[in-house]
Design a protein around this ligand. Sequence first.
Ligand SMILES: CC(C)(COP(=O)(O)OP(=O)(O)OC[C@H]1O[C@@H](n2cnc3c(N)ncnc32)[C@H](O)[C@@H]1OP(=O)(O)O)[C@@H](O)C(=O)NCCC(=O)NCCS
Length: 141
Amino acid sequence: MQTSFKYRETVSNDHPALYEMWQATPGITIRNADTFEGFVSFLKRNPGLSFVVENQGQIVGGILGGHDGRFGSIHHLVVLPEFRKQGIGNHLVELSLARIESAGIEKVHIFINKDNPGGNKFWTNKGWVERVELTMASYTF
Ligand SMILES: CC(C)(COP(=O)(O)OP(=O)(O)OC[C@H]1O[C@@H](n2cnc3c(N)ncnc32)[C@H](O)[C@@H]1OP(=O)(O)O)[C@@H](O)C(=O)NCCC(=O)NCCS
């Protein structure tokens, strides 16, 4: 397969391709924040922290990065199955983390579904540590 990967910052127009990829990926939970409006709002709040990777003009992977001024967060890291295990996921993480760190953030969180063994393995292999001492609680409006 001919490959030439181009990494760039995510823009609003990437939404249809990314949304299709998220929907087709087990382990990725789609929520209201993933609509076009939610996506654009996230990018506006977190400029320059999200990236996509293209192969011959087609988006084959992406990552959403953000922070709230205290903690960084990574969401929806996905690489299309046929492009996995070539270091793309790792590079997307590096790009986003470098920008989050530049914003003065010292700790980054990722939420991984418990029933996503591949996703959990990816992060723990990279040295990310499960916070077993914490309870995660959320409030829904
Ligand atoms: C998790 C995910 C993004 C990883 O993407 P990826 O591009 O395959 O990631 P990488 O190639 O950087 O690393 C994946 C593995 O390939 C290995 N690898 C990296 N480059 C490689 C190469 N050139 N040759 C062979 N293996 C390689 C890595 O060591 C890593 O090994 P591991 O699975 O034992 O940890 C991808 O599997 C995915 O989209 N999964 C579904 C969505 C998901 O679960 N997302 C994470 C939860 S938010």
